[in-house]
Design a protein. Structure first.
Length: 247
């Protein structure tokens, strides 16, 4: 049997058994260079992509630093669906490129079958080239996760906030109740709490809206507020009045 064919069959059988194929290690194992192993991997990937009944793919796993067999037996997004999702994200202009591009790239890698990847990636690449970042130029994806955790756990937050027409940042003690998105920006919906350190800040019976990119500093406190706020919001429905003073 030809050595290349024998090597490919061995690689294929091992990856079927759950092994991780690392090019450097495989090259040393078979006494060939890494380019030869890469060609073997591409041949296996092409075979799997062309197999009419196969829903498996040989994909690169960054955490394991090698190629693993991925089973796509569960339903994936179609090409048109992933294209639509990526266009919605890019048209939102909600994130700086440094945060938006990795999200788009991961969606493509996770959701697009290998055989269609190049075509979909090229279509999205054109959209990425013309992408316009938000004017504030701030990164806050991790911040939104921290704030969402505070909402979920009903924890008080202390924030320093930059108002649009105020030169100085204001301090607020708030009860965060939700994050929403509208016209390029993410907003935090929260109730203001009265505290001894901020006695002059009036407590309002309705939530205030804060643009997340204008939150200069925040601290999530250990103190937990009651769930009455959520109950009140659900009870009011569409009649909830919101204070845009934070914005």
């Amino acid at each position: 049997m030809d050595k290349k064919v024998e090597r490919m069959l061995d690689l294929y059988n091992r990856v079927l058994g759950g092994e991780v194929l690392v090019k450097k290690k495989e090259a040393a194992r078979y006494g060939v260079n890494k380019r030869s192993i890469q060609r073997d991997i591409e041949d296996i990937r092409t075979y799997l992509a062309n197999a009419s009944e196969s829903e498996r793919e040989l994909a690169y796993d960054r955490k394991k630093r090698g190629y693993v067999l991925v089973d796509h037996s569960r339903e994936n997004l179609s090409n048109s669906e992933i294209l639509t999702v990526c266009k919605i994200l890019l048209e939102s202009r909600s994130l700086v490129k440094e945060e938006m591009y990795p999200i788009i790239d991961k969606l493509l890698q996770c959701c697009v079958p290998y055989g269609n990847y190049k075509k979909v990636a090229n279509l999205i690449g054109n959209e990425k080239f013309h992408y316009l970042e938000p004017h504030h130029g701030k990164k806050f994806v991790d911040t939104m996760w921290d704030i969402s955790s505070a909402v979920y756990e009903h924890r008080l937050m202390r924030i320093r906030y930059q108002k649009l027409k105020a030169p100085d940042k204001v301090m607020r003690l708030i009860q965060p109740v939700g994050i929403m998105f509208s016209e390029y920006y993410f907003y935090l919906c929260a109730y203001i709490s009265v505290s001894e350190e901020m006695p002059d800040v009036p407590k309002r019976p309705f939530p205030t809206i804060y643009r997340i990119d204008r939150i200069a500093e925040f601290e999530i406190l250990a103190e937990v507020y009651g769930s009455g706020v959520d109950m009140w919001l659900r009870g009011q429905g569409d009649l909830v009045e919101m204070d845009l003073g934070g914005v």
